[in-house]
Design a protein around this ligand. Structure first.
Ligand SMILES: *Cc1c(COP(=O)(O)O)cnc(C)c1O
Length: 366
């Protein structure tokens, strides 16, 4: 048996260590995971109720078209239902976009350090990923524009960018979109948009009437706290959504996910609380980093990439021994940086205390 040649080099996704395993291996009773940008406040109680109410229908297939959820979301975003597609996480929407648009030899353009699923899915389709270096941790949109040619099918813009947390502004994005040729699909991944509080942050939905070649991706995994249920979505022109729908599996989102997402949309109070706590957390953490003399990228999501000026792997392992799981930059091609999710106030304080001890233990990288 011979798998297709363009996948043989692909690594199998390595998830972060589960909390239980870290506890067992290191003999710890308390472990705090600030590694996957999960919501430290869980999810809305309304979503939990909706999941319970759905249990009696477990044996029945879900509504493949997610009609009720689509209607609720369309109303809340001010778009038409035929502009929305749901996936098993926005991860699956990324997969479906690659599947619908890319054939061998196509090119796609993305930042050099961004969400890995873009490149992963492009490679599976045999497309070439042209990676453009970040500038100060930010997408370099003019340089990305310069890489577009007649073979380019998709440009990926992650805003705020994971893992750096930086954003491109409305003016920068508009300037870029005005110059992108209409045959190129621009995927605007806005997984953290509900956390952003900058007046200059562009809202992808507002760009849709002007740009038929833009699709914006959002998720219920982050601020909505429904990561385990796997539900995210894309919003774009009806023709784009139709093409993606043609490659969608019949029942790609579960009953539980649809019901919880619909209920979660109705709990604006929970979202406002999480956004406010996150802003306080960023202010606290960046204040502490300043005190410790550490620099960091401007954080516009629910995570911060900070330069610990020491080998990331050693700092990561030192934190792990103290019961804190973060993302080490050694795995992300940032050798002296770590990415930490903003936790609850208590988790943030424990992280800073542990970090200070680790900084004393690990020698500064010359
Ligand atoms: C977390 C994340 C996603 C998708 O998460 P799903 O759980 O698949 O919805 C997509 N893009 C970025 C940048 C993310 O950080």
């Amino acid at each position: 048996m011979q798998p297709k040649s363009n996948i043989v080099h692909l690594p199998v996704y390595q998830p972060g260590k589960p909390i239980e395993e870290v506890k067992r291996e290191l003999g710890l009773t308390e472990v705090i995971k600030l590694a996957s940008n999960e919501n430290p406040f869980g999810c809305s109680p309304k979503a939990k109720e909706a999941i319970k109410a759905e249990v009696e229908s477990t044996s029945l297939y879900p509504d493949g078209g997610a009609v009720e959820l689509t209607a609720a979301l369309a109303a809340s975003l001010g778009v038409q239902p035929n502009q929305i597609i749901f996936g098993a996480g926005s991860d699956e929407v990324i997969l479906m976009i690659a599947r619908a648009y890319l054939v061998k030899g196509d090119e796609t353009v993305m930042a050099s350090h961004t969400f890995p699923q873009y490149k992963h899915n492009c490679e599976i389709e045999g497309a070439v990923s042209v990676e453009v270096p970040l500038k100060d941790g930010k997408h370099d949109l003019p340089a990305m524009l310069a890489k577009i040619n007649e073979r380019t099918k998709i440009v990926w813009v992650c805003n705020p960018n994971n893992p750096t947390g930086t954003m491109v502004t409305r003016a920068e994005l508009n300037d870029f979109l005005r110059q992108v040729p209409p045959h190129v699909l621009v995927v605007l991944d806005e997984a953290y948009i509900e956390y952003t509080d900058s007046a200059d942050f562009p809202d992808g939905i507002e760009l849709l009437p002007q740009y038929k070649n833009v699709i914006t991706l959002r998720t219920f995994s982050k601020i909505y706290g429904l990561a385990s249920l796997r539900i995210g979505y894309g919003v774009g022109h009806p023709d784009v959504i139709h093409s993606i729908n043609q490659v969608r599996e019949p029942f790609n989102t579960s009953r539980f996910a649809q019901a919880a997402a619909k209920a979660a949309l109705q709990d604006g109070e929970f979202i406002a609380y999480c956004r406010e706590q996150n802003a306080k957390g960023i202010a606290y953490l960046t204040g502490e980093f300043d005190r410790l003399g550490l620099s960091y990228y401007p954080a516009h999501g629910n995570f911060i990439m900070v330069d610990v000026k020491r080998p990331a792997k050693e700092v990561f392992e030192g934190l792990l021994r103290k019961g804190l799981i973060v993302r080490g930059g050694h795995a992300l091609d940032f050798p002296t940086k770590i990415r930490v999710t903003v936790g609850s106030a208590e988790q943030n304080a424990k992280f800073v205390e542990a970090l200070e001890r680790v900084l004393d233990e690990v020698a500064v990288q010359a």
